[in-house]
Design a protein. Sequence first.
Length: 184
Amino acid sequence: MEKINLSTHLYLRRLKKEDWKDVHTYASQETVSQYQAWGPNSEVETLAYVEDVLKSEKVIPQTRYIQALVDEETGRVIGAGEIIIKSFVQQSGEIGYVLHPDYWGKGIGTLLGNALVERGFSELNLHKISATCDPQNISSQKVLRKIGMTLEGRIRHALKMKNGWRDSLLFGLLKDEWRKRSVE
């Protein structure tokens, strides 16, 4: 997958090593990582993340697919989307996304989420796609609902944070639900 257009000026492509500086502009911000177990990243941590992504592309069978979200007007990476294959047998995967705060509240997270779901079902032949988010992350909950996901429950103490354990809300979408939604 070389390039996927999301809008007139946004597209997805493979992450490159030289993208680490753009990734760092958002990964180093407290507001971006406030609901995550990582960050805010140092430059060394961001570079290590990008190198880890590049290594994961070479693993056979590949279980991690990460795409850089690029603003064509500036040429900068403004976020990323990820699909992780949880089980080939059960055809299940999980999506995640991150976006530079300058681009929040503009529907871009929804575009990115829809692109991840489309790829998961169409290209990777998944049966179910899940996502988790912090119960306090209302914006992410809205994105997950807009892309057709259903709240399935709450996972207690799912993620160890700097200040203790965090619960996660679990969302899911089945391929048949996605197909039905796509034709409506």
